[in-house]
Design a protein around this ligand. Sequence first.
Ligand code: CUA
Length: 324
Amino acid sequence: MNSVIPVLDPASPQAEAINNLFLQVLLISAVIFAIVTGLILIAISKGRRRQTLPDQNFGSEKAEIAWVIGPVIIVLWLVAISANLVITLNAIPDVKPQSADNAEEVQDVELIITGHQWWWEVEYPKAGVISANEIHIPADPKRKFRIRINSDDVIHSFWVPQLGPKIDAIPGRDNYLWLQASKPGTYQGRCSEYCGAQHAWMNFLVIGETEEEYQKWIAGQQKKPEATTLISPLATAGREYFFKATCPRCHKIAGTSAQAMIGPDLTHFATRSEIGSGVLTNSTENLTLWLKNPQAVKPGCKMPNFKLSEQNLKQLVAYLETLK
Ligand code: CUA
């Protein structure tokens, strides 16, 4: 599914347009490179054989006109194809600036992404779903997700190489992007703006799935996990500990008294495939490793080492794994 160089395997019309521009510029540059190095090599080999200075060619108007006009044409060509890309990207309906007239229209987004040091908050405002680091969208060449992007702390940059352009996540400013996947797949996302110690571990996944799978996922995320899961005594003890300890001061679990939004929403934590913005895959062992000392796994992350006892650790892991 993921090629070795994802950026060269576009999976949306926007990413395709960007990839086309890249390949065209690469081709033009390669031809120029070949001509220049070729001429240099010819000059070297001829000059060596002759053991004299090559012919000096000054004051030839024809030659001078040729090497002014040639590069100008090439530069104009590059300008034209770049401008064409900008037009293509903007032609995807509306990246209008917000004004009093279109405030409502601009607000009308299906997805709100907020950058945090160092994770991504994912909110589907219409469906009332909040998640983290994992974005689900229907994979359909005709279905576009309008997303609003901002940041809670410093400037981040939201980038899914296979799906389109990068866009900055800026505190106090809303940016908009169309997110679209032409075919089903799991697409890697990255933070593309240096944002502090764990910038490199601010990864996320975009999961493009069929409309049916997507609707199923949304419905699953809308449910309150506590109401549907039968939980073991170990997990029950973990739940008690979760609410007795400081966890609810940072995390939210819908339908409970934990409503803080400092760290990732944990309502459906167990359905996600990764922990800590991609630093670990979500498994019992890795979750234990993470809770034991998040600072050892992701140094500098905002979750401190709580020095949990072995027993509390097991209970918490058991509880978090019920959050489906
Ligand atoms: Cu967030 Cu780099």
